[in-house]
Ligand binder design. Sequence first.
Ligand SMILES: CC(C)(COP(=O)(O)OP(=O)(O)OC[C@H]1O[C@@H](n2cnc3c(N)ncnc32)[C@H](O)[C@@H]1OP(=O)(O)O)[C@@H](O)C(=O)NCCC(=O)NCCS
Length: 211
Amino acid sequence: MFKRWLAKPPGTFNYRFDDGLRVQVSPVRPEHAPRFEAGYQQLSEASRRMRFFGQLSGLSSKQLEFLTRPDGRLHLAYGALNLAQPEEPGVGVARCIRLDGDSRIAEVGITILDQYQGRGVGQLLHACLHRAGHVAGLKQFIYDVSADNERFIRHLLALGARQVSRDRDVVRLMMPVYGSGRAVHSGTASAAHFKTLLEAVAAAEPATPLA
Ligand SMILES: CC(C)(COP(=O)(O)OP(=O)(O)OC[C@H]1O[C@@H](n2cnc3c(N)ncnc32)[C@H](O)[C@@H]1OP(=O)(O)O)[C@@H](O)C(=O)NCCC(=O)NCCS
């Protein structure tokens, strides 16, 4: 318990992937709004549907304001920028929103721009959410995943999630919030990698925010 009070949520840090991609990860801030608008336009219809279950043509100013003003308690959000292409809208974003004010359960959503999918950024941002969620006192994460997104469903199960419901369109999974690598008990290769990411996020050196 004391350890959780002493722990800090991840701040801004830089991270290098094995394929050479270098990103800056930071908590989402209001000045990121233009990046969200531009990034949403670049997202394929398939990715929009997987994440938002609809094909909105764009984000309204109300949605933008909500998405870029996480309060660090009810709503946590982390984004990643490519350090080699900082003028691009970004690489992706992960957020969680508490089900209600007192709940220790929050719903997670992750969006990685199509050209960056499959390079590990989703997992890195996901690890940030676990660390920050733990510090904020969250115990469980909920994931509503499109039923045809079998790859991501398999990934969440491999990290220790369990399926709690399934209808024609959506599979709901729940996973404990992992404050550190030690909390991950699943023995899969994906879980082993996630443990290393959780440790990397907890130990990351702060970096100067780009924008
Ligand atoms: C699903 C998504 C968040 C994964 O992020 P990513 O950066 O592409 O994935 P990573 O490279 O970090 O790999 C994480 C896992 O996702 C899986 N994955 C990779 N690319 C994926 C893709 N295009 N679609 C679905 N799953 C994918 C991988 O198999 C990997 O699991 P494994 O290591 O256990 O095999 C991302 O592809 C995305 O934004 N898709 C569209 C929106 C969406 O489906 N969001 C999820 C609902 S919350």
